[in-house]
Design a protein around this ligand. Structure first.
Ligand SMILES: [Zn+2]
Length: 332
């Protein structure tokens, strides 16, 4: 059975709804990347299809239906996720899903459609799914996932019941890393802090030391950015972003650096710093940057992320972002 960590409230809600036979057919799961939206979607798919679920309103995890769903090994379960090159959900992918949704289940009780990162749906793709989301037949279950409700097309949002996922507390991530022998205590402390509520991010950091090294390279540049010329910044960052996935790693590192600077600027309290290994540098840097500049960087970050919808070269975006931050800080 698939493991869901730190989202007991959500699972309990599903159980309560299942007892009353009131699970909506179009759902939107919102929450940070890596908080367990997909694993919860699989859990719910098992629940509505389990052959023994009447025992305690939880899926048994052992019946053929539960097993097939957990292994994503059924003709009745469809997972659609963004194209790996552009990270967009394209019209063709959604059209295919809509066409699949016209038939009843072959072997399960309900056919399941999971659309990951629904915020990456182009307008055209979003429009093509509206009709089926509005009134899906009883034998279908649509689960869309997204980082937050405001990033999803409003027409999609209004047709789905939203289930909010909380950020997973640091101590749960820390215990999970130790229990699964994924990190030693010191590393687990750092990883659980910089994952900022996301068990998926924690897992990636624990499994891929290169990702931790990249983060350090980015933070070395960010915490010293005022010292570099625009040319030096381009030289330092040119090899760090080779694909769109790298760009989103950069985006996360910059967001958390910015979050720490804002926390220090606003409260002058330092215990709350996420990047605990860069706490001294961030504290010092926060003293010299006005809050208006931090807001300007936040806007720059949002605008740059929007450009990822239009297939702009990721390395160009990353370069512009770092140089844009440098420009904002030099105009203090
Ligand atoms: Zn079962």
């Amino acid at each position: 059975m698939i493991e869901v960590v730190g989202q007991n409230e959500v699972l309990e809600l599903f159980s309560k709804l299942a007892i009353k036979d009131k699970i909506p057919n179009s759902l939107l799961f919102t929450g940070l990347r890596g908080v367990g939206k997909f694993s919860s979607a699989i859990w719910l798919s098992c629940l509505v299809n389990c052959e023994n679920s009447d025992l305690n309103s939880r899926p048994c995890g052992r019946c053929p239906h539960c097993r097939k769903i957990s292994q994503l090994n059924s003709v009745d379960i469809h997972v659609v996720e963004p194209d790996q090159t552009t990270l967009n959900l394209k019209i063709d992918q959604i059209r295919e899903l809509v066409s699949e949704s016209t038939s009843a289940p072959y072997e399960l009780k309900k056919r399941i459609f999971i659309v990951k990162n629904a915020e990456r749906m182009t307008d055209e793709a979003g429009n093509s799914i509206l009709k089926i989301l509005e009134e899906p037949p009883k034998y279908l279950l649509f689960i869309l996932t997204a980082s937050d409700s405001s990033s999803v097309l409003p027409t999609i949002y209004s047709r789905c019941s939203e289930i909010k996922f909380r950020d997973i507390p640091k101590d749960i991530i820390f215990d999970w890393l130790l229990k699964n022998k994924m990190a030693e205590e010191d590393d687990a402390k750092l990883i659980s802090s910089i994952s900022f509520g996301s068990i998926g991010t924690a897992e990636e950091y624990a499994k891929d030391p290169k990702k931790l090294e990249k983060r350090i390279s980015f933070l070395d540049i960010l915490t010293n950015i005022e010292k570099y010329s625009s040319f030096e910044i381009s030289a330092k960052t040119s090899n760090l972003c080779t694909c769109i996935a790298d760009f989103f790693v950069i985006n996360t590192v910059i967001s958390l650096w910015l979050r720490d600077l804002m926390a220090v600027s606003a409260c002058r309290e330092f215990e709350d710093i996420v990047n605990i290994d860069f706490a001294d540098q961030i504290r010092k840097q926060a003293m010299s940057i006005p809050i208006t500049s931090l807001f300007a960087i936040s806007e720059l970050l949002k605008e740059t992320v929007k450009k990822t919808f239009f297939n702009v070269n990721p390395s160009f975006l990353s370069d512009n972002l770092f140089r844009g931050i440098s420009l904002i800080l030099s105009n203090n």
